[in-house]
Design a protein around this ligand. Structure first.
Ligand code: HMG
Ligand code: MG
Length: 309
């Protein structure tokens, strides 16, 4: 039987760790700054080089991340990692700039209802807000990442036309965002759908400018990431031990577990720069910080150490 799948794996991919933001934003019980810092220190010790720390959003909408400035202050001076934070508007940008952060991430959805529930705006309004946030951020020397959520499906509207998501992504890149991370916000994607979406996108956007942000709600995140890898995606978002969810997307579970992604990639000879043993330690700390078991598979089972038979 002949298959070309997995014939041309890359040497290396980049992992963008979202647990301190996407992971913690959904936690109802307040988490102390010290605990958040412990988690981030453990992620850095595992050699994750890109970490989304927090959000400069309204503290009324996401109370858990109201301590954004204090957390960044505690972690200032770390040269071995690039920190980023979500930014929905000009107030968020001013807060990010004042905090000294060098990277922000703007975000909106490909479906109107989710965008309204999440940001109280239409898609057109979000794009107009970003057209007044991204240029000054670039002028201030920041890098700007972007998210398009609900690309694989919306909790309110169901199917989403990927051509709408593509149009939004194009506008975000035209504004100067260095990368658009495509979100399966509620984890409804399947590998064939992922191939169709990425075929559409890659016909117009270089794959180096795309990332995948797959929530693992229905267990398909790793399969979808593998399709992305096959199709030239080299940037993957992940969350330690599968921590997280979006509070404005009912039923959303955490992002693809970082250990599951790293374990699969390393097993296939694809480098990430991440230390899997230290990542396992970070998973235990994440559990300790939130006070309950986390769902990541490798987090639970441990990595398999291969030995010659
Ligand atoms: P709004 O209520 O329409 O805001 O919320 P507004 O502009 O009318 O302002 C109302 C009040 O909020 C004002 O204060 C503003 O100053 C304040 P007041 O005068 O009443 O005292 N305010 C702010 N305060 C601090 N920082 C700010 C800020 N902006 C306004 N940046 C807003 C609009 C966008 C602010 C709100 O809807 C919001 O914060 N939404 C964020 C929701 C969120 O963080 N959701 C989760 C992240 S998205 C996600 O998880 C998906 C993703 O992971 C990808 C995927 O999975 O697909 C990224
Ligand atoms: Mg998310």
């Amino acid at each position: 039987m002949k298959s070309q799948m997995l014939d041309e794996l890359p040497d290396r991919v980049s992992i963008y760790e979202v647990s301190p933001r996407d992971g913690l934003q959904n936690e109802a019980k307040p988490i102390a700054l010290e605990a958040k810092q412990r988690l981030v220190d453990a992620l850095i010790a595992a050699k994750l080089e890109r970490i989304e720390l927090t959000s400069f959003v309204s503290p009324r909408w996401i109370p858990q991340l109201a301590d954004a400035e204090q957390l960044i202050e505690r972690l200032a001076g770390r040269s071995d990692v690039t920190f980023s934070a979500l930014c929905p508007n000009a107030t968020g940008f001013e807060r990010a700039k004042a905090s000294g952060l060098r990277e922000i991430a703007v975000f909106l959805s490909a479906s109107e209802t989710h965008n309204r529930k999440n940001t109280n705006k239409s898609i057109a309004r979000s794009l107009s807000v970003f057209s007044e946030v991204v240029p000054p951020a670039l002028e201030a020397g920041m890098r700007v990442r972007a998210y398009v959520s609900t690309v694989w499906g919306c909790p309110y509207e169901g199917d989403v036309d990927p051509r709408r998501a593509l149009e939004i992504a194009r506008q975000l890149l035209d504004l100067g965002c260095y990368q658009v991370s495509l979100g399966d916000t509620i984890g409804v994607g399947n590998p064939l759908q992922t191939r169709r979406i990425l075929s559409l996108f890659s016909a117009e956007i270089p794959t180096q400018r795309l990332a995948l942000h797959m929530h693992d709600t229905r267990g398909t995140a790793l399969a979808n990431a593998l399709v992305g890898l096959e199709m030239g995606i080299r940037d993957f978002d992940a969350s330690i031990a599968g921590l997280g969810g979006c509070p404005y997307a009912p039923g959303a579970a955490g992002n693809l577990a970082t250990e599951d992604l790293v374990n699969m990639l390393h097993g296939m000879g694809v480098k990430t720069g991440v230390d899997l043993d230290k990542l396992m330690d970070a998973g235990k700390i994440a559990e300790d910080v939130i006070g309950r078991k986390l769902p990541g598979k490798v987090h639970q089972a441990g990595p398999f150490v291969r030995r010659p038979a």
